[in-house]
Design a protein around this ligand. Structure first.
Ligand code: GDP
Ligand code: MG
Length: 162
């Protein structure tokens, strides 16, 4: 059985970009506006020798209503199904209220979770990451999903214990 990894975070942090990189598909929609993925989406990843099932999700804002509620429910379901959760945040935006809501939810789950600070290309990785230690989710892993930086180290840490 392959391990199951879920990509979780608020919309627009780069989950689908990372999904596409890891599964080498262009299926997951990447856009400059949030919320394109409403249902969770599965792919098989084979990246640098790491093989796993990956789940992309639309995202959680923490205050959903209407159609966004369905999107959030899909994210919550993906967390339930996952062996490892990659909790993505945006290194350019700093900590948001939605990030805090997701962190609070994840803290209550008994899940192996890694906090991933995406979009560190062209910015100070240390400074960008430092803000996110306030989420109290442990170590912050800097990556650039769009370019692949930090992705191998992230996978080593996420999948080594499994
Ligand atoms: P999602 O809503 O979390 O799935 O986010 P997307 O993957 O759709 O990405 C949202 C936006 O962030 C898009 O414009 C991406 O091109 C951009 N993006 C994703 N990863 C990176 C990255 O590593 N660096 C930069 N600079 N932009 C990124
Ligand atoms: Mg997406």
């Amino acid at each position: 059985m392959l391990p199951v990894v879920a990509l979780v975070g608020r919309p627009n942090v780069g989950k689908s970009t990372l999904f596409n990189r890891l599964t080498r598909s262009r299926d997951a929609l990447v856009a400059d506006f949030p919320g394109l993925t409403r249902d969770r989406k599965y792919g098989q990843a084979n990246y640098d020798g790491f093989r796993f099932i990956l789940i992309d999700t639309g995202g959680i804002n923490g205050d959903e209503e209407g159609i966004d509620l369905r999107m959030a429910e899909q994210s919550l379901q993906a967390i339930v199904e996952a062996d490892v959760v990659l909790f993505l945040v945006d290194g350019r935006d700093g900590v948001t209220v939605a990030d805090q809501a997701i962190a609070n939810h994840l803290r209550k789950q008994n899940k192996n979770t890694l906090l991933i600070c995406n979009k560190i290309d062209g910015i100070d990785e240390q400074a960008a990451g430092a803000d996110f230690y306030s989420l109290a989710m442990g170590e912050v892993f800097g990556i650039a999903a769009a370019h692949g930086r930090g992705v191998q180290k992230m996978l080593e840490t996420a999948l080594r214990p499994l």
